[in-house]
Design a protein. Structure first.
Length: 171
């Protein structure tokens, strides 16, 4: 897994294969829209357009940034800093988020949000379940989730039933 900064205040944990696929899709989309691929300096688009966005930095997160975790982070350990937000987003409405094992380290900001996908057939579980937490003190905690159904009348295999990410918060 690698941590990729997608905006100045947002990191996403993805596999190397996923980050390569996303980069390829972005290049194809830019070419399809008549733009050009960004150069090493961050410039792109039509000639004379100038810089389109700041270069991506993969250094330590800045306080107040958001770390986004999805199924790709299952079974991993991630680092956060005090003040950083962590958004857990799992892509099935069948997930039940258990929250942080130590709310003194990682505190929930809002309740769990279940967002069904538009046009989804009832019982298919299309959509996402999201919760946001704030790193409030140094320490180690786990974010966990579970589910028993992976679709209407479809039991999950043992490897699909649980989600767990260890979060180490440093000051």
């Amino acid at each position: 897994m690698e941590s990729v900064t997608v905006a100045p205040a947002m990191r996403v944990v993805v596999s190397r294969a996923a980050s390569t696929a996303v980069a390829t899709l972005l290049l194809v989309a830019a070419a399809a829209c008549g733009g050009t691929a960004p150069s090493a300096t961050g410039a792109g688009g039509p000639p004379g357009a100038g810089s389109t966005q700041p270069p991506v930095a993969n250094g330590p997160p800045s306080p107040g940034s958001t770390l986004v975790l999805s199924e790709a982070a299952n079974g991993t350990t991630v680092s956060a800093t005090i003040g950083e937000a962590i958004r857990l987003e799992l892509h099935s409405t069948y997930w039940h988020l258990n929250g942080s094992s130590d709310t003194g380290v990682l505190q929930p900001l809002d309740g769990t949000t279940v967002l069904p996908s538009p046009g989804c057939v009832p019982g298919a579980g299309c959509g996402s379940v999201t919760a946001v937490y704030r790193a409030v003190a140094g320490g180690r905690t786990e974010l966990t989730a579970s589910r028993t159904s992976c679709g209407e009348a479809l039991a999950c295999s043992p490897s699909q039933r649980t989600f767990a990410v260890a979060v180490v918060v440093r000051g």
